[in-house]
Design a protein around this ligand. Structure first.
Ligand SMILES: NC(=O)c1ccc[n+]([C@@H]2O[C@H](COP(=O)([O-])OP(=O)(O)OC[C@H]3O[C@@H](n4cnc5c(N)ncnc54)[C@H](OP(=O)(O)O)[C@@H]3O)[C@@H](O)[C@H]2O)c1
Length: 246
């Protein structure tokens, strides 16, 4: 990635989920990009990095008050890019379901709280912070397995459904947002299969060439983000820029 070229000269970016595998890699790439102005990094876990244009604030996407405070902390700075890089696939005893007998209301609710409701509330509070006079992008990390049309294997029901529902929220909000900001792009992105703690228990059989480092994935996604235009708003795109069916 050679740096962002399609935004204002000194693009201001908000990164929600900066402590994650992919989140950290995005922060590194953005901090090195001369086309980037301020980076507002938000995460639940304390981020031991500051400076070089990056400031950190806490956020818990299960608590709307903290999302609102995070958006307020940006102040009057107009944002060019908002990245939502949070999510869960497993947590403690919670594992993606292999069969329907494993479906449990608490687990389904937990996965939806983090993968669907949290990013949607982030959109509610951060979309109004995006500038009106130039291209802007709001991108939330979804997953290819959230595609309903592409679901041929079954399994992982809660994770799949939480991402499909996220995609519908993204699509719906993109339409309303475009009425006020015609240059805006609001999308879901699939980062590829990426070596992080989220994917770690499930990648033993992933061929090496299909398993990206977080740095690779962030680089690919920044290229996709740089190429997207208003006609793409409401879409679902993979790390290589190809459109994924809903
Ligand atoms: N890795 C892959 O192969 C892959 C493939 C497809 C899609 N994705 C998607 O990519 C996104 C990032 O995943 P990753 O691989 O980077 O996973 P990761 O390393 O586990 O990072 C997940 C991030 O989500 C944050 N998070 C979880 N619950 C939160 C909450 N309530 N409030 C605030 N932050 C919260 C975590 O914060 P803490 O640090 O505080 O725990 C962490 O920063 C996810 O949406 C995932 O579904 C990943």
């Amino acid at each position: 990635m050679n740096g962002l070229t399609s935004f204002t000269d000194s693009a201001n970016v908000a990164v929600i989920g900066a402590s994650g595998g992919i989140g950290n890699a995005f922060c590194d790439a953005l901090a090195e990009d001369p086309a980037v102005g301020k980076v507002f990094a938000f995460s639940r876990r304390t981020l031991e990095r500051d400076g070089n244009g990056l400031t950190w604030q806490p956020i818990d996407i299960e608590d709307e008050n903290t999302i609102e405070r995070a958006a307020d902390s940006v102040g009057e700075t107009p944002l060019d890019l908002v990245l939502v890089l949070t999510g869960i696939l497993h947590e403690g005893e919670l594992r993606p379901e292999r069969r329907m007998s494993e479906l449990a209301p608490d687990s389904i609710a937990r996965v939806f709280a983090i993968n669907t409701i949290g990013p949607t509330l982030v959109a509610k509070h951060f979309l109004p912070k995006l500038r009106r006079d130039a291209k802007t992008v709001f991108a939330a990390l979804s997953a290819r397995v959230g595609s309903i049309g592409d679901n041929r294997l079954g399994g992982w029901a809660s994770y799949r459904a939480s991402k499909a529902a996220l995609n519908q929220f993204v699509r719906t909000l993109s339409i309303e947002h475009a009425r006020r900001r015609p240059k805006s792009v609001v999308v879901s992105l699939h980062p590829g299969t990426v070596r992080t703690s989220l994917s770690e228990p499930f990648t033993a059989r992933t061929p090496a060439e299909k398993l990206f480092t977080p740095e690779q994935s962030a680089g690919y996604l920044l290229e996709v983000i740089d190429r997207l235009g208003p006609d793409d708003t409401g879409g679902f795109f993979a790390w290589d820029g190809t459109r994924i069916e809903y």
